[in-house]
Design a protein around this ligand. Structure first.
Ligand code: SAM
Length: 361
């Protein structure tokens, strides 16, 4: 196997950076400096074209199977929902779709998250579920294992043993993949998940019920939740905020603050901010903003997370931001030490660690 991304980094340091220094009399300081030279570079153009094609094929590789099976999986999801069982599903057919979702097919997925092709449709969810499995081939922890959620839940268990959440909310929960592991780690926890996409919620509900989890899924806009103040001990999201505009994110943080009880904890797993990584990695991460229909990606990474949490109402003392190891990648004893701040987490990249930030209300 050839790791083209690593080779491109080496190529950058060996050829492109020295040229930049020569021309400008200084080292590149920002992702934009690097992008300016790399976008003209043959290696980058070839890598970028391959990556774009791979992203498209992620979806195309599963689309025919999903389309052939849409009637069957839609009927199955409806049948599971009709049966008496745990948890609930509340849909709102009149909920307006946010422009962040409808403006373009995010990460090139046909139909984005929300499109419904027939009544009760779950095909968009099946596309997302199986497509992300293909996308994460080398990173299984991101997919079926719900590795982000498992890592955050274990991080909380080890770093705050006194914290025993009973009600949690996952914002932008999609198919619930990064929600269920919290319920494994905290067996008394009742899960709630909100998303704007009905297909994803139908799929999430059928899956949770089939697996015996109690989760209440609800079609809501995270900018304006219908839960009363102080409803939750824990509010989480993963891979969500970088897809939203700064205005949306400010509203989401305010809502998270409102629905948390005093002493409750908010945790978001996200891309590392621009000031937490070196300029080349910044440039590398920002690829999605330019070529993968993720227009807010770069601006999110410049968001001042501590200031925005404070503006949402959280106190500065309660704020935290850090990397945590992926649960399962390091030994449990190392994970525990890292969670307690006694050793650093692995560097970000290839799923070895996750960047999280949050606050105690
Ligand atoms: C990248 S996915 C999140 C993936 C999921 N958290 C996971 O880790 O598997 C973003 C999700 O947010 C949902 N979404 C986007 N805007 C939203 C909003 N304003 N309110 C609620 N959900 C939203 C989308 O429908 C989509 O399912």
């Amino acid at each position: 196997m050839v790791d083209l991304a690593q080779q491109m980094r080496r190529h950058y340091h060996a050829s492109v950076e020295p040229q930049f220094r020569q021309q400008h009399g200084r080292a590149p300081q920002h992702a934009t400096d690097i992008r300016q030279v790399m976008r003209e570079d043959g290696f980058f153009k070839a890598w970028s074209a391959l990556r774009y094609a791979a992203q498209q094929q992620t979806w195309w590789s599963v689309q025919p199977q999903v389309e052939r099976n849409t009637a069957a999986i839609t009927a199955e999801a409806a049948a599971v929902a009709r049966r008496r069982g745990r948890g609930s599903l509340q849909l709102n057919a009149t909920l307006p779709m946010p422009r962040d979702v409808t403006a373009m097919d995010i990460h090139l997925m046909p139909g984005c998250f929300h499109t419904e092709y027939s009544p009760g449709d779950v095909s968009t969810a099946a596309m997302y579920w199986h497509g992300t499995a293909v996308f994460s081939a080398g990173l299984k922890m991101r997919h079926n294992g719900g590795g982000v959620a498992r890592s955050i839940a274990q991080f909380l268990r080890y770093s705050r043993p006194e914290f025993k959440p009973r009600h949690m909310l996952d914002i932008g929960c999609s198919a619930g993949n990064q929600l269920l592991p919290y319920l494994d780690v905290y067996p008394k926890l009742v899960g709630h998940g909100v998303d704007v996409s009905a297909p994803l919620l139908r799929y999430a509900h059928a899956r949770a019920r089939s697996l015996g989890y109690t989760v209440h899924y609800s079609q809501q806009d995270a900018r304006e939740l219908d839960y009363p103040d102080g409803s939750f001990d824990l509010v989480v999201s993963s891979f969500f905020l970088h897809e939203q505009s700064p205005t949306t994110n400010r509203k989401v943080l305010r809502e998270a603050y409102r629905v948390l009880r005093p002493g409750g904890i908010m945790v978001h797993m996200e891309l590392p901010p621009a000031d937490a990584v070196d300029p080349y990695y910044n440039f590398y991460l920002d690829w999605d903003a330019y070529y993968n229909n993720e227009p807010h990606y770069a601006s999110f990474r410049k968001f001042d997370l501590a200031t925005e949490c404070a503006k949402a109402g959280f106190s500065a003392e309660g704020y935290f931001a850090r990397r945590i190891p992926n649960w399962g990648t390091v030994r449990e004893s190392e994970f525990a030490e890292s969670a307690r701040g006694e050793r650093p987490a692995p560097e970000h990249g290839n799923g070895a660690s996750w960047y999280i930030f949050g606050a105690v209300r």
